[in-house]
Design a binder for this molecule. Structure first.
Ligand SMILES: [Zn+2]
Ligand SMILES: [Zn+2]
Length: 100
């Protein structure tokens, strides 16, 4: 990732990121080649990567919910929530507490 090639002699160079050097995007940074000792500039392009996963529930409407979890009890009502493991769809319900 941090390697670049000298535009003059094609030497493989490492960018020294001490003090965060070279991380700012769309800025010209100056560097000197170790081999041919010519100066050149480079720009940093940060690549974002995406990791797709299937989300069947978004296509079929069948969500894979976790178990209901109780959030709190208040005046005989239990408030619970659960979340779809795939898409994060959130549901909350209020249940009357069974009287003992
Ligand atoms: Zn060079
Ligand atoms: Zn879902």
């Amino acid at each position: 990732m941090n390697d670049l090639e000298c535009p003059y002699c094609d030497a493989e160079l490492k960018v020294n990121h001490d003090d965060g050097f070279g991380y700012a995007e769309d800025e010209s940074h100056e560097m000197e080649c170790d081999k041919c000792e010519k100066s050149f500039t480079f720009q940093t392009h940060i690549n974002f990567s995406y990791h797709p996963s299937k989300a069947d529930c978004l296509n079929t409407g069948h969500h894979i919910f976790s178990e209901w979890k109780q959030l709190w009890e208040h005046e005989g009502i239990s408030t619970q929530d659960r979340e779809c493991e795939t898409c994060g769809k959130y549901e909350r319900r209020n249940l009357p507490l069974s009287t003992k």
